[in-house]
Design a protein around this ligand. Structure first.
Ligand code: AMP
Length: 408
């Protein structure tokens, strides 16, 4: 059995194929991306256990992108399938699932939810839906599963998810905090439990997904109880280009003083703020670290503000859970930047969080554990793997459906 995982953006579709092996272990056998869809010249890149392919071609829309994915997957020499029906399940990453509590097999109702929540995730949900519809026509016999970034956080209690605006707006528009990156937070939480050798149900974890998008989650006994992103992925940490937490009055004053429309301010807060806006250098932490090491004060100020915000959330979530067993760092910055990890975790000794400078330089040599032996709270660096988590979810639902079908 083979499972295809799709991550459809507005102009890119990323894909991976997993083979289901003995004991339901999933082995990645192919991956690739179609980029610059609808932009004139697109690129198709593909890599499998049998070789690589790369070409440029005009790809008009997501439908054509999926045709190219099928073409490379079926390539006589380097392909991994010989016809579309060899793909049993397709797992789709969907950013906003509203109040959906779990991954779901995609039917009309699920498509409706994704469409409905496009108003809150206009950059993501419409593209996710285009990918789903295109994939359904290219793989008509596969079981299509939506895995939501929001679902893992559906356990957050009311006192944490409500905004203090008139309650009627929650009722009318479902304005509340949802949280995102749930696929990643839940994946690294499970891995953390494995490393710590304790059941997840007994652990209090603070997971920090620090990539170009970034969020922190408090995971208590396996359930998300708080997270830093809110109604949309704009709230919380400072990100590559997103502002994170700000005083909402800023929206009002920018419109008034800069004579900007609401769309322009929304765009500014999503695409021109964060590390990019603060540094006026780059949204990329690697570039900022380089600039800062050469004495660029603007880069340094942006990185310090980023680290300060993460530190603040760690403290807040220690309070929410009355302590923590471990802090987990993941995604580009969390996995690969000792300097940023040090900036974030320095000075937390009184909370029982003690970083080991040597281990921090090479976590892979220490099984991912970078706290000192006497640190009450363990610090772990765990590479995330959202595609693998999506394929596992897809397989779980396929298995669930098969056992239901057998019971009739
Ligand atoms: P992601 O969205 O998970 O791909 O993470 C992207 C972010 O990780 C960008 O800000 C990158 O600059 C940052 N990043 C990736 N590799 C490194 C590295 N070796 N050192 C510092 N930052 C890195």
């Amino acid at each position: 059995m083979k499972i295809l995982v799709l991550n459809s953006g507005s102009s890119t579709v990323k894909f991976r194929v997993y083979n289901v092996e003995e004991g339901d272990a999933l082995r990645e056998i192919a991956s690739g991306v179609v980029e610059r869809i609808g932009e004139g010249v697109s690129t198709v890149e593909y890599k499998s256990v049998r070789g690589e392919l790369k070409y440029t071609v005009k790809v008009k829309d997501h439908g054509e992108a999926l045709q190219h994915i099928l073409k490379v997957l079926c390539d006589a020499e380097k392909g991994v399938i010989s016809n579309p029906d060899e793909i049993t399940g397709v797992g789709h990453r969907v950013v906003h699932g509203g109040e959906m509590r779990e991954s779901s097999i995609i039917d009309e109702r699920v498509e409706k939810v994704i469409e409905e929540y496009a108003r809150m995730a206009p950059l993501h949900n419409p593209a996710n839906l285009l990918g789903i519809r295109a994939a359904k026509s290219v793989f008509p016999h596969a079981i299509h599963v939506a895995v939501f970034d929001t679902a893992f956080h559906s356990t957050i209690p009311e006192e944490a998810y409500l905004y203090a605006i008139p309650y009627k707006f929650y009722v009318k528009y479902r304005i509340r905090r949802y949280g995102f990156h749930g696929i990643s937070h839940s994946y690294v939480a499970r891995k953390a439990a494995e490393i710590l050798g304790e059941p997840l149900e007994k652990l209090k974890l603070i997971t920090c997904h620090l990539g170009s998008g970034a969020s922190v989650a408090a995971i208590m006994y396996g359930r998300s109880v708080e997270t830093s992103m809110g109604l949309t992925p704009l709230e919380g940490l400072i990100m590559g280009t997103r502002c994170g937490d700000i005083d909402p009055s800023i929206f009002y004053f920018l419109m008034k003083w800069e004579k900007l429309s609401e769309d322009e301010v929304y765009d500014l807060l999503n695409k021109k703020s964060g590390l990019l806006g603060l540094s006026e250098v780059s949204n990329d932490v690697r570039t900022l670290l380089q600039a800062s090491s050469e004495g660029d004060k603007r880069a340094e100020r942006a990185l310090n503000a980023f680290a300060h915000r993460v530190k603040k959330y760690i403290g807040a979530y220690m309070a929410v859970m009355n302590g923590a067993d471990a802090i987990v760092l993941t995604a580009g910055i969390g996995e690969r930047s000792p300097t940023m990890r040090e900036k974030i975790l320095r000075g937390l000794e009184n909370l029982g969080i003690i970083l080991d400078a040597k281990k921090n330089e090479r976590p892979e040599d220490y099984g991912g554990v970078i706290s000192s032996d006497d640190s009450k709270v363990k610090i772990l660096v765990i590479p995330t793997n959202e595609e693998l988590a999506i394929s596992e979810e897809t397989l779980r639902l396929i298995r669930g459906r098969a056992s239901k079908d057998n019971s009739y």
